[in-house]
Design a protein around this ligand. Structure first.
Ligand code: IPM
Ligand code: MN
Length: 425
């Protein structure tokens, strides 16, 4: 099954491209990965992810075969990384739910906290200590992350190192962002409710405009030129599109929409469209269609029921998933997973660090709590994930929420309400 000679998919290893020092590429130059010819874990040619769950034992066995320490128990190790701003507050609420389920259902989760944030970066100049990425890659099953971003670090260096660093260096090529309305009251669209607002967006997460390729020429002069490349590889495009179709097949979704801007971005668009058509032909029972991304934003608002599964590139995915979050009731509601099937994967709410709300007991914990549920599902605890979603739904129905979705509570009380619904279910 595994082909140890499968070449790496990391766009930065063995690449002939010159990576210039842009904000988001600094971590690449200092990652310690330069010069390696092959990653420790071979990349399977076919995704082995089961969207309905995660096979921890297989992951464990693969990891052992490929040199990871042999952990003979079935403990699942979670790295908890609260980050900046409201990150620690929402992660604390997510942890309440996780701790409760871990104890009451004996899930065998083991949590390790990592305090990497703007404070530690400003004090030490280090975003993530040497060896930390390898430690996460080798010794953990999942990362539960809050948010990154701090006005004192205007170039976002530590955020790029840690968040984008994990996405790239752990090769987390699937950004899984479901858009599911949990309560009719939260719909921002007239006449559209739970039935209409229920789709899943897969954002390619390791290529595109996020690779940090490009540079500035004649910087600071009137003749300055800036180039920002948008990179798509056949392998990179194929694996995310295939993942979207696999997901549709396994979850009974009826269509996959691929969205890009191939009327203007011809080269990348051509690769995406050809790949889409060729993968789609392997899934004849699933409808497939293409939509320009400008039209997609319009249709997501006008007729969200048109969509089941959407697959798109890194940048367009970033943009349309904020729109998707708004369809669920706001940024505070949305969860996301940065996934590489059967490897350590990273789970984070879609919202940012919202520095102006930090420490005010104001932030909505639901995005983080639903992210915890998504992580449990990935780890194979589907029943527990469903229970969390049910508890969140009850808390919303009872208006036991923060003010962004109309409730009277602070972050802590809103988290307590969810916990109570979980305990009394
Ligand atoms: C997201 C965020 C990040 C991104 C930022 C914080 C770099 O907006 O996860 O959607 O652009 O991917
Ligand atoms: Mn975003």
């Amino acid at each position: 099954m595994l082909n140890p000679e499968t070449p790496t998919l990391d766009p930065f290893l063995g690449s002939n491209f010159i990576v210039h020092r842009s904000n988001f590429s600094l971590f690449l130059l200092s990652s310690g990965h330069q010069g390696k010819t092959r990653r420790r874990y071979p990349v399977p040619t076919q995704p082995r992810f089961n969207p309905d769950g995660y096979n921890a034992r297989r992951n464990h066995n693969d990891a052992c075969r490929n040199g990871a320490p042999n952990r003979s128990d079935m403990t699942k190790k979670i790295a908890v990384v609260p980050g900046d701003g409201i990150g620690p507050e929402v992660i604390r609420e997510g942890m309440k739910v996780l701790t409760y389920l871990n104890e009451s259902s004996k899930l065998g989760l083991q949590f390790t906290h990592f305090g990497w944030n703007a404070d530690t970066y400003l004090a030490t100049g280090i975003s993530m200590p040497a060896g930390a990425m390898d430690d996460i890659r080798t010794n953990y099953d999942a990362v539960f992350l809050g948010a990154y971003g701090d006005p004192r670090v205007p170039d976002m260096k530590h955020a790029a190192d840690i968040l984008l660093g994990m996405r790239f260096q752990l090769d987390l090529y699937v950004n899984y962002r479901p858009v599911k309305l949990l309560d009719e009251r939260l719909s921002p669209l007239k006449g559209k409710g739970k039935k209409e607002i229920d789709l899943v967006i897969f954002r390619e997460n390791t290529e595109g405009a996020y690779v940090g390729m490009g540079g500035n020429f004649k910087k600071g002069t009137p003749d300055e030129i800036a180039i920002q490349e948008d990179v798509s590889s056949r392998r990179g495009v194929e694996r995310i599109i295939r993942y979207a179709f696999e997901y549709a097949r396994k979850t009974g979704r009826k269509s996959v929409c691929m969205s890009d801007k191939n009327n203007v971005m011809r080269f990348g668009g051509d690769l995406w469209l050809r790949t889409f058509e060729s993968v789609a032909s392997e899934y004849p029972e699933i409808e497939h269609f293409h939509m320009f991304v400008d039209a997609l934003t319009m249709q997501m608002v006008r007729a969200p029921e048109m969509f089941d599964v959407i697959v798109t590139n890194n940048m367009f995915g970033d943009i349309v998933t904020d729109l998707g979050a708004a369809l669920q009731g706001g940024l505070g509601m949305a969860a996301s997973g940065n996934i590489h099937p059967n490897r350590v994967s990273l789970f984070e709410p879609i919202h940012g660090s919202a520095p102006k709300y930090a420490g005010k007991d104001h932030a909505n914990p639901i995005g983080a709590v639903l992210t915890a549920a998504m992580m449990l599902e990935f780890l194979g605890f589907t029943a527990e994930a469903t229970r969390i979603e049910a508890a969140v739904t009850k808390a919303i129905a009872a208006n036991e929420t923060t003010s962004d979705i109309g409730g009277p509570l602070g972050t802590i009380a809103a988290g307590d309400a969810i916990l109570r619904h979980l305990q009394t279910a």
